[in-house]
Design a protein around this ligand. Sequence first.
Ligand SMILES: NCc1[nH]cc(CCC(=O)O)c1CC(=O)O
Length: 315
Amino acid sequence: MTPLTQARSRLVLGTRGSKLAVCQSEWVQARLKELAPDVDVTLRRIQTSGDKILDVPLAKIGGKGLFVKEIEEALLHREIDLAVHSMKDVPAELQPGLALLCVPRREDPRDALISRDGRSFKDLPHGARIGTSSLRRQAQLLRVRPDFSIEMLRGNLDTRLRKLREGQYDAIVLAAAGLRRLGWAKEITELLDFETCLPAIGQGALGIEGREDDDFVRSLLSGMEDRETRTTVMAERALLRRLQGGCQVPIAAYATMHGARVSIDALVAGLDGKEIVRERAEGAAEEAESLGVRVGERVLARGGDRILQSIYGKA
Ligand SMILES: NCc1[nH]cc(CCC(=O)O)c1CC(=O)O
């Protein structure tokens, strides 16, 4: 092994500064303390451009990469040794030389409705003001409740909840996983089922990124790896790469595993945000490898090509 991948007694874990990012990073730090008590892991906060630019929807400023660019640079410059991401914020492709060294067990992937007066989704008044900047959430909510008035909402979870409490919205939609990790599950009015709102790719899952040749960190993290989460999230991300999705084209997908079979529910909102294509792509992965199931033509052909046609007009 090269010197830089040898055992080290100190590691630096890079994290964004949001409450959720720090909470997720501290959880990994605590798990590493259990798994490797002799290794000292310190957190280093790194502000990303996605954290700085808060006054426009992500779709307009370049999407997911804004939450990881500066962190990946710190990894490549060896300023940090690992970083904890929400998988839904990780672009389809990582920077060369970097890898997801660990994918722990997934939290609840569903979206959650938080309404100001506790009213459920179906009881929200006609024309209710719903706070979300996610095209994926917007397209699916309007399909069921075209009367809703969707209004932009960005910022960290605490900011979004504050804006709701201040009366700027009748309800907002957030990922249940983030609320649960912060101990705010009591804020949830209703968990939205997959028929109403299919999750973002990777929603509820964490990914721990590091240098792909860092066998030491990879071995430390192996005790936190969850094979089923890795396989299903990799299947969703393979679909993301095939559909070249991102914030601009609202894609939702959720993969489940039954033995060695992986099935993916995928949804792509038409470019006008109105037409919804919902397909269920069934497919048997010859083997669900630890690096993630191969999302072969068979899986996509059963559903993906119709999805591709809905976006690009071609298989
Ligand atoms: N950039 C927003 C973001 N990234 C990850 C989560 C939630 C945590 C997760 O999905 O694991 C959230 C908040 C939200 O969508 O409500």
